[in-house]
Design a protein around this ligand. Structure first.
Ligand code: NAD
Length: 248
């Protein structure tokens, strides 16, 4: 894989996906940014407005990827995080949407693009610490990310004969627009921020750019013997069985 290749990044309008797309663009890659709604200008990137969970959306992505002139890396980052609720009360509709966007779409988009990926190419899935452990009242998201973690392993086995590597990152709490808004909207933002920070051994939030660098590494030849791995990018949150930073 050369350093100036093509990459498809889903959920690239904001947050981690945007940081990933920007990092690839900065490093000279041809970038196809995919989102439900993209801002009009993304420096150095081609854009496609598409819902990864629909067949029509995925067809648009495949067409745009062909026009990109080669795709070496697919980053499945888009996610739906809106269906809160416990196993007793999460709505069926929210459950279905969450599984469709976060789990089924990475499978089907990878399948749709696989013939464009040359031997030596890579898929990077953006999972979550919530795919490794569960959070109360977030059953659908927990299940979708847990599924994505093991789908990553299944993909690594099934795509290895094509010379493709498949890995995932499992971020902790990252200072994305969504997380910062949740903090700002809480009753006591300063305390909520400290609570989030204290989940991590490093006692701070991660940045989208810190996740992007690990995604980039996993997609690159620097990680040529790494496949089927789930890499926590979580400031040590999952190093402890007690939610890292909290003193026992
Ligand atoms: P975000 O919600 O800020 O952005 C997600 C983007 O995906 C949005 O621009 C949205 O429009 C797009 N999107 C959603 N559904 C889509 C669909 N069906 N088709 C196309 N685009 C769609 O997300 P984020 O916080 O930056 O998170 C990015 C990824 O990282 C997600 O997979 C998320 O689960 C994961 N993650 C985030 C955190 C965090 O702290 N922010 C922690 C762990 C994992």
């Amino acid at each position: 894989m050369t350093d100036a290749s093509g990459v498809v990044v889903t959920g690239a309008a904001r947050g981690i996906g945007r940081a990933v797309a920007e990092l690839y663009a900065e490093r000279g890659w041809r970038v196809l940014s995919v989102d439900l709604n993209l801002p009009p200008v993304l420096r150095g990137q081609r854009r496609v407005k598409a819902d990864v969970s629909t067949a029509a959306g995925r067809e648009r992505i495949v067409r745009a990827a062909r026009e990109l002139g080669g795709v070496q890396v697919l980053v499945n980052n888009a996610a739906y995080q809106g269906a809160h609720g416990s196993v007793l009360d999460v709505s069926e509709r929210g459950w279905a949407r969450t599984l469709s966007v976060n789990l089924t779409a990475p499978l089907l988009l990878t399948r749709a693009l696989v013939d464009l990926l040359p031997s030596g190419g890579a898929v990077v899935n953006v999972a979550s610490v919530q795919g490794l452990f569960a959070e109360q009242d977030n059953a659908a998201y927990n299940a979708s990310k847990g599924g994505l973690v093991n789908l990553t392993r299944a993909m690594s086995l099934d795509l290895a004969p094509r010379g493709l590597r498949v890995n995932a990152v499992a971020p902790g709490a990252i200072s994305t627009e969504g997380v910062l808004a949740a903090i700002a909207d809480s009753e006591n933002p300063a305390q909520t921020r400290r609570d989030y920070e204290d989940l991590h051994a490093l006692r701070r939030l991660g940045t989208p750019q810190e996740v992007a660098k690990v995604v980039y590494f996993l997609g690159s030849d620097e990680a040529s013997f790494l496949t089927g791995a789930i890499v926590p990018v979580d400031g040590g949150m999952t190093a402890s069985f007690m939610m890292a930073g909290r003193p026992v």
